[in-house]
Structures are given as structure tokens and as C-alpha cells.
Design a protein around this ligand. Structure first.
Ligand SMILES: [Zn+2]
Length: 327
């Protein structure tokens, strides 16, 4: 009996030591984050989670992954005003692994239940990818909360004439390609292929990169008038939606110490520079440029033909004045 009690005590001690290893600073940080934003942060969600159509599945995260992810989460949300999450309808953040809804997800915004899920398997996803995903998914919550829809006709008008989201393939193909989210410089008006899949993804990519790659986005916007217009519009949207957002918010976002996966190859200029105030670019500007091109193409042959006629007339006159000179 005594021996059993000793064994039980040793097992209890081992459990407490093991538990304390998972209840370190990160738990205090997560608790602080939850208090600041008046949300709950769950590490033991019961799956599956029912939605109006399909179930969301996942499993409990490991303590190691909670430690790694919580540092990123606390750092990336450190400059968010509490009102922003409240207005975006984020009531709960769930940390889990093997997150699935139709297919494996790194994150999932569940607008109707006000939950933001994150698959925090840090062995699969890169640090910088997670950081971008935190802001990308948060933006989806905000985008839905502001008017209950993702549709945005005014944003679509900023795109090149004739462009339609999802036209380069089905949404599923665009979403699942491993290269879809890679920033590139040959898609005027867009950061990557994924941005072309849907208006809400375009906006979420602009926002997350603005936070995570602020300086690089400045350079991108200096070359690309449509990106510049989209950034201006997105910032105006934030200011309207949450008056607590000021310039200090955007400055603080780029002050976070984080790695970068921005392409290092300096791109050739693919978008013509222009001196106009590009934050006010209108869709008709591109049409005006096309009209100018057509006029140039018509005028050039006329001018050349005229110069030829003048030259020939001049030569004829010379022949008349100086007979005998070989031409
Ligand atoms: Zn998205």
C-alpha cells in the first residue's frame, strides 16, 4: 500500500513537472493577449466544429508548437488596438494542428461563429509564412464584418481593364498551387497569382504584405500605380472602419523584427512610370493610354509619307536646276 502511494506521488510529481514545461512564459503571454483584446484563445478545442455546411476538423497542438506560435502571434498582434479585433468580430482564436475544411488549411476564418483557427504545426510552415497568414486571415474577418460581404465593386474598378478574378484558372487550382502566394513582378496590379483568384484574396494579400513587408511594398507601389491605388484605398477603409487606426499603426507594423521571404531579385520595370498622382488613378486612364497609342500608330506613317514626298519634290527641283548631275 505504502509502495503504491510512493509510486502515485512520483507519477503526480512527474506530471506536474511535465505540465509546467508547457505552462511557461507563452501561456502568460497568451493570457495577456486574450485580456487585451477581450477574446478567448483556445488550445484544446473540441473537434469537429460544426458549420452551416461542412465540419472543421483538427487536433490538439503540441506544447512545442504552442510555444513557437504564441511568440509570433503576440508579436504580430502587439500593435493592434483592441477595438480593431472587436470591430472585426474576432471573439476566439483557436490553436490546433491538422486543421481541415475541405482540405488542409494553415488558417481558417469562421465568420459566423467569430472564430479564427490556426494550424500551428511549425514543422510544416515557415515562420514568415505564419506571420503573413495571421494578418491575411485577420483581414478576412474584418472584410466580412464591415458590411457582411466580400463583394467590392470599387476595388475591382482599380484593376486593369478587362480583368476578372479567377479567370486564370479555377479558384481551387489557384489556391492550392505551392507557388500561388509567391510575390512576383510580372502581374501589374497584383502581388501574386493568388491575388488574382478573388477580390477578397487580393485585398488580404495587399494588407498582410503591407504589414509584413512594408518597405518592399513601398518600392513595389512606386513602380505599380494600381498597387499604389489599392494601398491608399485599403488604408482609407481601415481609417473609416476603425478610427483608432492612425499612421502610427502602419509604422508600428513594419517595426516588428521578423524574417522576410520577399523575392531578392530586383525586377525589371514592367509597369511604366508616370508622374500623375497615382493614388487617384481611374480605370479610364488605361483606355486613354490605348487611344494615344492608336493615334501615334496612325500619325507616324502619314508623317513619314509626307517627308518622303517633300524629299522627292526637292530632288526633282535640283534635277531641273542642275541637269547632267547624276542622282
Ligand atoms: Zn485568404
Amino acid at each position: 500500500m505504502l509502495r503504491n502511494e510512493v509510486v502515485l506521488s512520483l507519477l503526480t510529481l512527474a506530471f506536474l513537472i511535465n505540465s509546467s514545461a508547457f505552462a511557461g512564459d507563452e501561456q502568460a503571454e497568451l493570457a495577456g493577449l486574450a485580456r487585451k483584446f477581450h477574446i478567448s484563445i483556445s488550445q484544446a478545442k473540441t473537434f469537429p466544429v460544426k458549420t452551416s455546411d461542412k465540419d472543421i476538423t483538427g487536433k490538439l497542438p503540441t506544447g512545442e508548437h504552442v510555444r513557437s506560435f504564441s511568440k509570433m502571434l503576440c508579436s504580430e498582434l502587439s500593435f493592434y488596438p483592441p477595438e480593431l479585433l472587436q470591430r472585426a468580430g474576432v471573439w476566439e482564436i483557436v490553436l490546433c494542428e491538422d486543421l481541415e475544411y475541405e482540405h488542409r488549411r494553415v488558417a481558417l476564418p469562421e465568420y459566423h461563429q467569430h472564430i479564427l483557427f490556426f494550424d500551428i504545426d511549425c514543422d510544416i510552415y515557415q515562420d514568415v509564412y505564419f506571420r503573413g497568414a495571421i494578418h491575411h486571415e485577420f483581414y478576412h474577418m474584418l472584410d466580412f464584418a464591415d458590411d457582411g460581404t466580400f463583394a467590392d465593386k470599387d476595388w475591382c474598378l482599380l484593376n486593369p481593364p478587362g480583368f476578372h478574378y479567377g479567370a486564370q484558372g479555377t479558384s481551387d487550382e489557384l489556391c492550392t498551387s505551392p507557388f500561388a502566394g509567391r510575390v512576383r513582378f510580372d502581374l501589374p496590379g497584383f502581388l501574386n497569382v493568388y491575388s488574382t483568384s478573388a477580390v477578397e484574396e487580393d485585398k488580404a494579400e495587399i494588407y498582410s504584405n503591407l504589414i509584413v513587408h512594408g518597405k518592399q511594398m513601398d518600392q513595389f507601389a512606386a513602380r505599380d500605380p494600381i498597387i499604389r491605388a489599392k494601398i491608399a484605398r485599403l488604408k482609407a477603409e481601415f481609417a473609416r472602419f476603425c478610427p483608432e487606426i492612425t499612421d502610427a499603426f502602419w509604422t508600428a507594423g513594419r517595426a516588428i523584427d521578423r524574417p522576410s521571404n520577399w523575392p531578392t531579385v530586383v525586377p525589371q520595370v514592367v509597369v511604366p512610370k508616370t508622374s500623375e498622382d497615382l493614388t487617384n488613378i481611374r480605370p479610364n486612364d488605361a483606355r486613354s493610354r490605348r487611344v494615344g497609342t492608336v493615334l501615334f500608330e496612325v500619325a507616324c506613317p502619314v508623317v513619314v509619307a509626307g517627308l518622303c514626298m517633300i524629299y522627292q519634290a526637292k530632288r526633282r527641283r535640283q534635277r531641273t536646276r542642275r541637269p547632267g548631275v547624276a542622282i
